[in-house]
Ligand binder design. Structure first.
Ligand code: SAM
Length: 381
């Protein structure tokens, strides 16, 4: 089996979501994606094999961030499980990188986070939660212990960047050997993380994965026909380089450790009967792509003259910042005082806001996902 690398050190710092509950508060679109697809989790709960009497039913959310965005969907899944198996206890395991703000996760689950609320943990008896701060490219749960694995908007993160991206900040702007190196890294990571899930799952268990990707029309996050968000990131960062605010080295060091797979790339391990993933018993139940519109853009369009372009920019750019800030911070030279690095990044997002405010047309972060349902065959593979 291929060596499985942990996502540690600099790469992990690059990935961190903004903490303190900021992530869930500013990422309504990610919650919309999960809520819209919560039927897939209910379906999975309706399809798993019955557990042994007295054994808990185990769910896991891989790459959960602060848990706020998936709380409602997991509640629906738990309710379905409880309806089918009223006597079994339920365990929910949240996983993310060590750099994740797990404190915000537990506060959200207890309903004492930024938005006080009832949650499945406060409302439903015999449900237990735990967390694991280790990356999902390796096995995180014991063999044959997991009933339903869930992941949303997380598995596009690769364990390490294979090379710099010379004139852009994301693989969507790469080509040639650079793009090929990212594709190979992502292929290995996808195989490794699926094999890890195959070991964890019980026969009859399910995976529901909502992954950022490139759809059949070439669309991806923030690129659905209007202004390309990643090109805008690269353009503003380039302008700051050209103006001497950041150095050439800092520009080149700034890139997202991400890869947006195509549907073919997602499905490849399942369509090849000889692949280790297929041999480990994983079978594709369904694969489809879908676009969930940017909620900030929708609110602006619906508001008409009641919302100014500046107000739109002020509401929209923080959602980009919630997941991208760490990338721009980590590209900056570590000899710069931290305060200076934060000022540079503040300037960067201010310029993005100014650009949107001066002409809001075409700005939107629509979510493009590949929705995958997978089962572990109960037959001997
Ligand atoms: C955009 S957030 C999505 C969070 C949440 N699942 C949602 O849909 O709102 C991506 C999350 O994946 C996590 N992540 C990235 N790479 C990871 C890895 N190798 N293992 C576990 N989590 C990872 C990040 O730390 C982050 O919390």
């Amino acid at each position: 089996m291929a060596e499985i690398k942990n996502t540690t050190g600099r790469t992990a710092r690059t990935i961190a979501m903004k903490g303190g509950g900021y992530y869930s508060q500013r990422t309504r679109g990610a919650k919309d994606v999960i809520d819209n697809a919560s039927g897939m989790l209910v379906e999975a709960a309706g399809a798993i094999d019955p557990p042994d009497p007295g054994r808990p039913i185990v769910l896991a959310d891989f790459g959960a961030a602060d848990g706020g965005t998936s709380e409602n969907a997991i509640r629906r899944c738990i309710e379905q499980i409880r309806a089918r198996f009223p006597d079994n206890q339920i365990q929910v395991s949240y996983t993310d990188l060590p750099s994740n703000d797990f404190s915000a996760l537990f506060k959200n689950l207890l309903g004492v986070g930024p938005q006080a609320a009832n949650t499945y943990l406060t409302d439903i008896e015999d449900v237990f939660v735990s967390a694991c701060g280790i990356g999902f490219h390796r096995q995180l749960l014991p063999d044959v212990s997991l009933d339903i694995g869930f992941s949303a908007t997380a598995m596009h993160y690769i364990s390490e960047k294979p090379c710099p991206i010379e004139n852009h900040v994301h693989m969507v702007g790469a080509s040639g050997e650079t793009l090929a190196a990212y594709a190979e890294q992502a292929r290995q990571n996808w195989n490794d993380l699926l094999l890890a899930r195959a070991n964890e799952l019980r026969p009859g268990g399910r995976l529901v994965m909502l992954n950022f990707g490139i759809d059949e029309e070439g669309r991806y996050l923030g690129n659905t026909g209007g202004i390309n968000m990643f090109d805008t990131f690269a353009d503003i960062w380039r302008q700051m380089r050209d103006a001497g605010v950041i150095s050439e080295t800092e520009f080149v060091n700034t890139s997202f450790p991400q890869y947006y797979r195509t549907v073919e790339e997602f499905c490849a391990p399942f369509t090849d009967n000889d692949s280790p993933v297929y041999q480990a018993g994983l079978r594709l139940v369904s694969a489809k792509t879908g676009v969930v519109g940017c909620p900030y853009r929708r609110a602006f369009d619906e508001a008409g003259s009641a919302m100014s372009a500046r107000e739109f920019a002020e509401s929209y750019v923080p959602t980009l910042r919630s997941w991208s800030e760490a990338v721009f911070l980590s590209g900056l030279d570590e000899t710069r005082p931290m305060e200076e690095r934060h000022q540079i990044v503040d300037t960067f997002y201010q310029r993005y806001k100014d650009r949107v405010a001066s002409d809001p047309s075409g700005h939107a972060m629509d979510y493009v996902h590949c929705y995958l349902a997978v089962k572990k065959t109960a037959d001997q593979p």
